[in-house]
Design a protein around this ligand. Sequence first.
Ligand code: G3I
Length: 325
Amino acid sequence: EPSLDNIRLKAKFGIGAAVTNSELNGQYANTLRTHFSQITGEYEMKMAHIWKGENNYDWTAADGMVNFAATNNMDVHGHTLVWYNSFPNWFRNANYDSATFETKIKTYIETVVGRYKGKVISWDVANEIFNDDGTLRRDGCPVFRTFNDPIAFYGRCFEYAQAADPDAKLFYNDYNVVLAAGKRGAMRQMVNRFRADGYPIDGLGDQFHYMASTNRTTIRNGLTDLASTGLQIHMSELDIRINVNKDDNFVYLPSEQAKHAEAYKDFVTFFEAIPQSQKFAITTWGVSDKRTWLTSWWHPKEYPLLFDENFQKKKTYEGFLEGLQ
Ligand code: G3I
């Protein structure tokens, strides 16, 4: 039956991909509408792209994604409202006091979440606020660094998002979560603080930028621990590196492809092991190997996704499918 050879039809949770608005046509669009049920903007729903100035918003790309999803019966996951890395320079370099800073962030959240109310089902309200050891990152503009109770600030950001769209699911998103016990502990503490102080949160995302060689026991145990919070779990930016040694002479041989498929099967199997009610989605960070951030961040000879540069299914797609229950 068709459902047995198509991840979108077989999965009992969201199957997402990170997309770029300008590519939403041709084979790219056909691959998305056939195999995926939701999309995340790889860049164009971030503050740096949308917030050109105090009262100057560029909605073109985000509207394009939302319209594409609506036309193709797909959901949109909003990424991301508050991420120090994506503050536009005009905002980052302004020397607001903390009250003014927060007022402007509040306006940004209300404006963006309000515009897509009912059209974006979930948001990464905050992204990457902790270091792997669980301490708070001190990146970003000076004011951002000086909040005396940063977790309460983030809690209020979740409140601002909830007020703007009460039906949207609100996530905290980070990387290395299942690998770094310190970071995971800090996330758990934040969730407990939110619950104690009445701040809303629905889910947690681990980006899952891992390697075919990443320790399976660590991943499985970390994911089980993360799910024990009881929140929705999003494998939010899945790509699996196969050229683990950044080898300039790497060749994506059938033996490598088999290893790669096994890794996808294992990771999907671990996700399937968490309670069904907590499975939000698995989102791959890109559609095909033709465009992946890893080309520059890791190595040009990297083939991390489910489709090749001609949008043909890879062995990794089959591995993903085998991992689905
Ligand atoms: O679109 C502009 C273009 O108009 C401009 O000429 C060009 C040169 O400045 O920049 C283009 O924007 C780039 C954008 O990707 C679109 O390609 C930005 O410079 C570049 O910084 C941006 O990189 C993105 C990065 O996040 C930073 O936002 C990557 O595509 C994206 O894959 C990466 O994704 C992150 C997640 O959001 C969070 N987790 C880690 C993940 C990988 O870094």
